[in-house]
Design a protein around this ligand. Structure first.
Ligand code: NAD
Ligand code: TYD
Length: 347
């Protein structure tokens, strides 16, 4: 059974690829990734020579390439994660997000649409999306699968558009699809532009911690391997044409999370209590910053019997340990182009 996983060299995608290649030897996993700044084959070293794994370097924006790939391997299923994924970058370059997240997704849908029609045989297009499509919550309430879309950033708008395209192929052509919308992930191999790995990297290097606005923004954090288990569950047990919200039931204001991270790093780096927190700087807010995200995950819990396994303290501790033990990974991804990005973003 040939399965295409897109974006498999990125943060979540690499965990998904490792899980599927290891747990399901009867599947052949094709990992399609353009290796943008966020894609890194180092993430996949542990499975790169497995017989049921093939890496394909390519761009989902390239229509002839995508069509040829589907023709050649006749995938039974697609798990689509490839995307531009960072909100701050979407503010400086929205077009890149439309091109990859909307047009790229549509190219995959067109290619898959030809295949499954030829022979249905249990095929599925599984689209991995975000809770950010629902917009921003006030102090109370949770996002359910029925919450209206109200994306606020160019990233969120591009993911919302891609979700709509997937559903439109289901409605118009009968294409078998599934969608899941997940909250903020954290864990090993996350590119240090997102809050947690960026701040671990900065603390290690005694660089200031740029907290946007008043730091009272709230996110619902999920350890990446719990997201992978949700993806496995939805892939195998989820119903065709359904959407599932996935979340950690784990809300933190940014500033509380940052203090917890600082405490953990002080302890693990044998620094006096309070050392890392001295690096905190409140800086200019992100434009259009969403106040709060929080997921109601009761549908996937009740229907598919999934729930998070890793507590936040445990997950954060494992994440910090991983970054402290993988200094060369961090060094490789923060050299060169990263330095220019950092200067442009944070001055
Ligand atoms: P990431 O930025 O770490 O990885 C994205 C991967 O996609 C990279 O390997 C990159 O090289 C590849 N890619 C980008 N453009 C491509 C293109 N045009 N063609 C082929 N490959 C391309 O992202 P992530 O954090 O792992 O997120 C993966 C998916 O999960 C995304 O669709 C994202 O919207 C979704 N998601 C992420 C989170 C989160 O907290 N990180 C939460 C919910 C949903
Ligand atoms: P991020 O990891 O970029 O994820 P998202 O924007 O998709 O939720 O940011 C998480 C939160 O942390 C968000 O409220 C923005 C905030 N943040 C900072 O305060 N400083 C930073 O340098 C970054 C990258 C994020």
């Amino acid at each position: 059974m040939n399965i295409l996983i897109t974006g498999g060299a990125g943060f979540i995608g690499s965990h998904v690829v490792k899980h599927f290649v290891t747990k399901y030897p009867a599947y052949h996993i094709y990992n399609l990734d353009a290796l943008t700044y966020a894609g890194n084959l180092e993430n996949l070293q542990s499975i790169s020579d497995k017989p049921n794994y093939t890496f394909v370097k390519g761009d989902i924006k390239d229509i002839p390439f995508v069509n040829d790939l589907f023709e050649k391997y006749r995938f039974k299923a697609v798990i689509h994660l490839a995307a531009e994924s960072h909100v701050d970058r979407s503010i400086t370059n929205p077009n890149a997000f439309i091109e990859t997240n909307v047009l790229g997704t549509t190219n995959l849908l067109n290619a898959f649409n030809k295949l499954w029609k030829a022979n249905f045989d249990g095929k599925q297009f599984y689209h991995i999306s975000t809770d950010e499509v629902y917009g921003s919550l006030g102090k109370t309430g949770l996002f359910t699968e029925k919450t209206s879309y109200d994306p606020q950033s160019p990233y969120a708008a591009s993911k919302a558009a891609s979700d709509h395209m997937v559903r439109s192929f289901g409605n118009t052509f009968g294409m078998p699809y599934k969608i899941s919308n997940c909250s903020n992930n954290y864990g090993p191999n996350q590119f240090p532009e997102k809050l947690i790995p960026l701040f671990i990297h900065n603390i290690q290097n005694s660089i200031e911690l740029p907290v946007y606005g008043d730091g009272q923004y709230t996110r619902d954090w999920l350890y990446v391997t719990d997201h992978v288990l949700a993806i496995d569950t939805i892939f195998h047990k989820g119903k065709k044409g359904e959407t599932y919200n996935v979340g950690g039931l784990n809300e933190w204001t940014n500033i509380d999370l940052i203090h917890l991270l600082c405490e953990q790093l002080d302890r693990k780096l044998n620094k006096p209590k309070g050392t890392s927190a001295k690096l905190i700087r409140f800086v200019k807010d992100r434009a259009g910053h969403d106040k709060r995200y929080a997921i109601d995950a009761s549908k996937i819990q009740a229907e598919l019997d999934w729930k998070p396994q890793v507590t936040f303290e445990e997950g954060l501790s494992k994440t910090v340990d991983w970054y402290l033990q993988n200094l060369s990974w961090l060094k490789n991804v923060t050299s060169g182009v990263y330095q220019e990005y950092y200067k442009k973003m944070y001055g």
